[in-house]
Design a protein around this ligand. Structure first.
Ligand SMILES: *[C@@H]1O[C@H](CO)[C@@H](O)[C@H](O)[C@H]1NC(C)=O
Length: 216
């Protein structure tokens, strides 16, 4: 085989590998099951459950979403940052709960935000992986109710939930997400992606868009 053929083969195998797996369902968690349609303004937020900036970004975003009601839909995508040791396992917990009891997904996200310090790198440095998973699962059970306890536990060894979490990560990468929080409005990245936005700023961003649309 000549070198040029080898190079061509290598190129095509790269192209094939370059296609990220396409999930059966759009990635992310819909807030309050408020359908995201082209008739609503769609906000997408990439959050890492153990990122302090994501935690701080949530209350003002939530407040804005509540203010605009049915005009705005929100999809949160988990985006586990590699330098947060427990980002993937907490993101996976969100997927597990979203499969078992979708309505509890945001409750779990808020529980992670509220108790985030327990899952930072330093306090879990000397903990075994299994004890961290147990700790994370406890939050998931708290969000869903104890009847889901065994399903949640087995969720952490179910390859499907691992793959779903990988899809979230790959999806973020494919859209150029490099930090959290990271926001898109109607598919367009906000200029200061990777930083927090307070309520006033959300109003400044969304008020003109709402006005321009025919929703009002
Ligand atoms: C981990 O455990 C070792 C040995 O007990 C201790 O010296 C170290 O300070 C601990 N590290 C953290 C980050 O807690």
């Amino acid at each position: 085989m000549s070198i040029s053929i080898l190079i061509i083969l290598a190129y095509f195998s790269w192209v094939v590998a370059g296609q990220a797996p396409i999930p059966a369902k759009y990635d992310g968690f819909l807030y309050k099951n408020q359908a995201a349609t082209t008739d609503s303004i769609i906000i997408e937020a990439f959050f890492d459950p153990v990122c302090p900036d994501s935690r701080d970004a949530w209350p003002p975003l939530k407040q804005a979403i509540e203010y605009y009601g049915s005009h705005v839909s929100l999809i949160v995508h988990p985006f586990p940052l590699p330098y947060h040791d427990n980002a993937f396992v907490t993101s996976r917990a969100l997927h597990i709960v979203n499969k078992l009891k979708p309505i509890s997904t945001y409750d779990l996200m808020e529980l992670f935000f509220k108790n985030q310090e327990e899952l930072y790198n330093k306090p879990t440095f000397n903990k075994s992986r299994s004890s961290v998973v147990k700790h994370v699962a406890k939050f998931a059970v708290k969000a869903t109710g104890s009847s889901y306890s065994s399903d949640i536990e087995s969720g952490f060894t179910d390859r499907k939930t691992d793959l779903l979490t990988r899809v979230s990560f790959k999806y973020g990468c494919s859209r150029g997400v490099y930090g959290t929080p990271f926001f898109f409005v109607n598919g367009f990245a906000l200029a200061d992606g990777g930083s927090s936005i307070d309520y006033k700023k959300w109003r400044n961003i969304l008020d003109p868009i709402i006005k321009e649309s025919s929703f009002r």
